[in-house]
Design a protein around this ligand. Sequence first.
Ligand SMILES: [Zn+2]
Length: 232
Amino acid sequence: MQREIYEHMLLNSSNVNSGNFDVISAADLGTLFQVTDELFFGGVITRFVEANFNKPLTFRLSTRMTTAGGTTTMTSPGPRRDTEFEIAIATTPLFGTFQIESQAKVGGVVCHTRLEALQRIMEHEVIHLVELLATDDSNCQAKRFRNWVGSYFGHRESNHQLLTPRDIARKQMGIRCGDAVTFRIKGDRYLGTVNRITKRATVLVKDPAGTPYTDGERYAKFYVPLKMLKRA
Ligand SMILES: [Zn+2]
């Protein structure tokens, strides 16, 4: 069934036209959810949401999540019928990983393409959603979740080994937190220390007019795209 869903996506999405697609939309996530619901649960999840809640499920691509593969959230603004459910999938690890790797584990299952990895992430989120619908609570480290995700989708773990920007900075450029780096802005060259890596690196540069830090020095903080950094 997982293979059938894979083929369905390739045939029916105008964006996802190869296993390592370059473009994806939130509508593609909706399609992936629907086929997964149809094949594995006979469409009961979608029908349950329609029957019990005023708002349909929503799907979102997140460019800001850099470590989680996805999230499922439940927002309850008031009466139960007004509860909203959203599944968000992180694009950064999905796209970054398969630029430099040919495989990565998601849910303990080896994935060879972006689409396979996306399916495993969606499957994980589907179980979160089912738990939230059934009990208002969900925990992917707990036994019940692991039993369900294992028996429906064959996942053996509740994590992924997709590469985060931090992994990619280390693998591709040899840069990690704490490293001395240089970068240029408008012709000026700066020397600083990498403090944090998300989509961009946070680099602290010694500056007498900067903010005092616990090491007794003052620093100015720069957010620098990773590819602008050079090891000092
Ligand atoms: Zn989880």
